[in-house]
Design a protein around this ligand. Sequence first.
Ligand code: NAP
Length: 300
Amino acid sequence: MTAQLIDGKAVAKTIEAEVVAAIASLGIAPGLVAVRVGNDPASEVYVRSKAKKARELGLRGDELILPESTSEAELLAHIDRLNHDDAVDGILVQLPLPPQIDAKKVIDAIDPSKDVDGFHPINVGKLHLGRPTLAPCTPAGVIRLIESTGAAIAGSNAVVIGRSDIVGKPMAALLLQRNATVTIAHSRTRDLPSVVRGADIVVAAVGKPLLVTRGMVKPGAVVIDVGMNRLATSDADIVAHDEEKSRLLAKNGTVLVGDVDFARVREVAGWITPVPGGVGPMTIAMLMRNAVTAAQWRRR
Ligand code: NAP
């Protein structure tokens, strides 16, 4: 059996269509401000693409770019101004922040009703209480990917590998809300293979290339790979068995792989996400969804 592919780009397009429709019925363009401090190249790309996607879908997408030397007090003053600006429905602060700024203080300062990343403790609390809230974008996107397969979440055994605040923990909360029996595995889990083998749904969010192997996956399971790991030619042996990844590595000198051994796990899984093209495209789409939800809730 070969697993069916879950096409993250296609599911992201359906979310984007929902966003466009919701903006039309809202009658105003929600305002989303992406804040970046400093010149981290990855952050530059992320912030630019978030603001660009926002404008493409009919939101007002702005970037607030502050110098690397910005103090914590200065950033907090900007957040306060955005919190009180009625034209702003959503605020996100791109992480990581420079060392002089405590990211926790900044997240705590964002008005929870504008916290489109879903990282504010009030929103995290609501998520764990099962109340409506702005949920973190990556795990919310994973739920939509699982739903797109038609596989039942309620009653399933779901194993989330990873317990970070931005992926693993909210992922587990969202699956629990949907009545899965949830296990959270992490670096101290004893015998990870036997834990994962019991799963109908596996979500890998670790950051370790090809950690999830074929022998760990129950036949027919839904396997979602959140991991993004960039390999160099010195890592060629890791993907030696994967023709496609080896070809890309030889051609480009680098290749992106997930936490799942895609080439082999797809031979046993029922459904699987590729990397890239699986979870990745969902994150920005869900951010736009959250910005529109924030605007709907704030304006009702
Ligand atoms: P993180 O904060 O580094 O957390 C990694 C988690 O994996 C930790 O809970 C850690 O356990 C656990 N872990 C480490 N080694 C393990 C092992 N051998 N067995 C089982 N668990 C292990 O990472 P993150 O921010 O959650 O991100 C995870 C991955 O997802 C990364 O590759 C990241 O690039 C990717 N990501 C992708 C997107 C996207 O949009 N596609 C978004 C966010 C993240 P401990 O808690 O015990 O240390």
